[in-house]
Write a protein that binds this ligand. Sequence first.
Ligand code: MN
Length: 137
Amino acid sequence: MERTSTILLVEDNEDNQEIYRIILAHHGYAVLQAYDGGLGVEMARAHAPDLILMDLTMPVMDGLEATRMLKADPATAAIPVVALTAHTGSEDRAAAAAAGCAAFLSKPVEPGRVAAEVRRILEDGAGPRPSPKEERR
Ligand code: MN
């Protein structure tokens, strides 16, 4: 029996919170939510989720800083972080990778892609991945 994987969704936009929560719940994941980066770090430490979906643009503490804090803490460093952002330039991707994000989803994200990416990373285990081909242009 597989246990239910828990996903921590860190996102400040209410519509996105709702959309991603519904997608993840529909695919059978338990969902925890935080509304800014600081709370996201606290919740990751308290609940040790299996994966974190991290919006990059948030108040209090942005997603890059929150990811750096998570990666610097041995208690949370192994949790894969998937960046969510509408800023999709190569510099944004590089910054997300440098902060320790395992993957990068550009908004608006199709529901199926969120679920597929979460499943892929949970099945692969954590760890940095090679850049997608589109980045090598
Ligand atoms: Mn945001």
